[in-house]
Structures are given as C-alpha cells and as structure tokens.
Design a protein around this ligand. Structure first.
Ligand SMILES: O=P(O)(O)OC[C@H]1O[C@@H](O)[C@H](O)[C@@H](O)[C@@H]1O
Length: 315
C-alpha cells in the first residue's frame, strides 16, 4: 500500500524541551521512544496504545548540565559516589552526537539510532582516558526497548582503564506499595542505606514500604517488575551487567530533591542493570558491550495467567 502522507518516520530528529535535540523512534504498531542527545538520555518509551512506561519527574526542567530526573540515565564511567568524579559519572551530563559512520552492528529493528560520546580535551583533564562510547537505542518491532552500549579503550599510551556502568532505569508504576520485583530473592546485596554493608535477601518477591537503595550482586539475566494495579509486568533482560540496583527515595528523601515531586516516589521504581560492584577493565583496543532489553507484558494475577517464574524462565 502506498505510504499515506500522515505516515510518521521510523526515526525523526527534532527539537525537544528547551530546544534540546532529541530523536523520536516509532515502531510499526504505534510504540515509540525518545532519546535526547543531551546525556544520550532515553526520556520516553510508550507501548502500542501510547501509554508512557518510563517515569520522568514533572519537576524536571531539562536544563544542562544537570542530569534529567527520570527515563534511563547512563551512569558512566562511575556508579554512585564510588570514585573521584561527580555522582554517577559524567556521561549523563554531556552532549552526545549522532554516529554518522557506525561500525557494522546488525539489528532486526527498523527504528534505531546510534549515538556516540568521545572525550574532549577538557574531559581528558577530569578522566585521563580516551574512549569511544557508542550507544544504540532501538525499538523492537513488538515495541520492546533495547539499549546497547559499546565502550572501546582508544588510549594511544597503552594504558588500560577501569569503569563502572549502569542503565539507571526509572519505571513508571501505578502505586509503589502494589509493586513486586521477582528475580532478586536470595541474592546478596550491598545496602547503600547501611554503609554499603553486605546482606542476603530473605523471602521471595521484593515489596516496598520504605526507602530502598540496594546493589544486588550477580543478578540473573531476567528480572520482572510487576505492577498489580496496571496488570502489567516489566521484563528487564540484561547482558554484560552482573548487578541490579533497586532504588526508591521514599517520602523523606523525595522532599529534599528539588527536581522530584514530594509524592512522586509512589509512582516510580528504579531497577538498574549495572556493573557496580566490580568495575570493568579494558586494555587499549578492547571493547565492552552492555545490553538492556525492556518489555512490558500484560500480567493478570487474578486469573493466574502470568506466573512470574514462567516469565523469568521463558526464553
Ligand atoms: O540523584 P542521582 O545522582 O540521579 O542519584 C539517584 C540515586 O541513584 C541510585 O542509583 C543510587 O543508588 C542512589 O544512591 C542515588 O541517590
């Protein structure tokens, strides 16, 4: 059928909030995603019905160099305050470029964008390493969101470098008190609220009734986040990222955050695929790849249609 004039492009470069450059990705059945060149930051992922699946704070003013509060911040080359750089490193505070000449990297997605971040002379003062960080954001034909990061050490001085990494994903949930996370039970975790002490998770699914800030170690490839009220399960698949960080600021901390509404903690949960505990070391010429794949599947517990264990075990 000849394309109708109103057909929207699968990939569109346009101006977002405050005139910041952003790329809109559109799937064949109505799904979409948006990524700002500022921060290489995904700020929207909508399903085929146009429902927004990621959380971005209503207090966010999109004013560089502050990082955008919500979506999927890229934490690189540092996670948290473990190091001498600013919290979570600098990748989320930098302007990325569209990679106009990407190395071959096959994909089945018809809607994707390749971004690249390389250090400026000034950046080298802060983190004295030369690297190429390629980020591909892709919308699967079924509406899945796929992020692939490739970091290559391009040091000419023969020096290796070490970095930590996280896709700091803010999931939109209807009510945090009705959310469960499956796949992290029985794991060890470092509790950022208890001086990063190591504990073992008891019980089965994670539920939430207070501030949580935990780095789960050696987390499985698949993690399920169940939103009971919405009858929706987010399935997070990760590769190259051994840890999973779970964070919700809850009420007290929310009130101290100027870019976060006092009651917004009820409608978000961060589950972050990360390499946090054991940073990654690359020799010159070596490249690391870290993948995140997000899907949202209907889950209706009452009819027992979706057993999270089945989701976690399915291919
Ligand atoms: O406010 P930021 O820098 O985006 O960090 C938010 C949170 O990010 C989480 O990943 C950390 O574990 C928390 O300790 C931190 O508070």
């Amino acid at each position: 059928m000849a394309g109708s004039g109103s057909e929207r492009a699968a990939v569109e470069l346009c101006k977002g909030i405050n005139g910041l450059d952003k790329v809109v990705l559109r799937g064949p059945r109505g799904s979409s995603a948006e990524v700002y060149l500022y921060g290489g930051h995904v700020t929207s992922w909508r399903n085929d019905h146009g429902e927004e699946l990621l959380f971005v704070s209503t207090k966010e003013i999109f004013k560089p160099p502050k990082a955008i509060r919500g979506g999927i911040p890229i934490c690189f080359p540092q996670f948290g305050s473990n190091g001498s750089l600013e919290q979570h490193g600098f990748a989320r505070n930098k302007f990325w470029s569209i990679d106009t000449d990407p190395p071959p990297f096959p994909t089945t997605s018809k809607s994707f964008i390749d971004l690249i971040l390389k250090p400026s002379e000034e950046d080298m003062q802060k983190w004295p390493h030369s690297y190429e960080f390629r980020l591909r954001v892709a919308l699967g034909n079924g509406g899945d969101l796929m992020l692939t990061s490739r970091v290559r050490n391009t040091n000419a001085d023969g020096k290796p470098f070490t970095f930590a990494f996280a896709y700091h994903t803010y999931f939109s949930v209807s009510d945090i008190s009705e959310v469960r996370v499956e796949g992290l039970e029985t794991l060890d975790y470092l509790d950022n609220l208890e001086n990063k002490e190591r504990f073992t998770e008891q019980g089965d699914a994670l539920t939430f009734e207070s501030e949580v800030d935990k780095v789960y170690l050696g987390a499985p490839t698949k993690i399920a986040i169940l939103d009971h009220e919405k009858k929706r399960t987010f399935v997070l698949r990760k590769d190259g990222l051994p840890d999973a960080v779970v964070w919700n600021p809850w009420d007290k901390k929310a009130k101290t955050m100027t870019d976060f509404g006092d009651d917004e903690y009820m409608h978000m949960l961060c589950v972050e695929a990360a390499a946090a505990e054991k940073p990654i070391t690359l020799k010159p010429g070596e490249e690391w790849k870290g993948r995140l794949e997000l899907s949202a599947v209907p889950s209706s517990y009452c009819s027992g249609q979706l057993d999270p264990q089945k989701v976690l075990q399915s291919s």
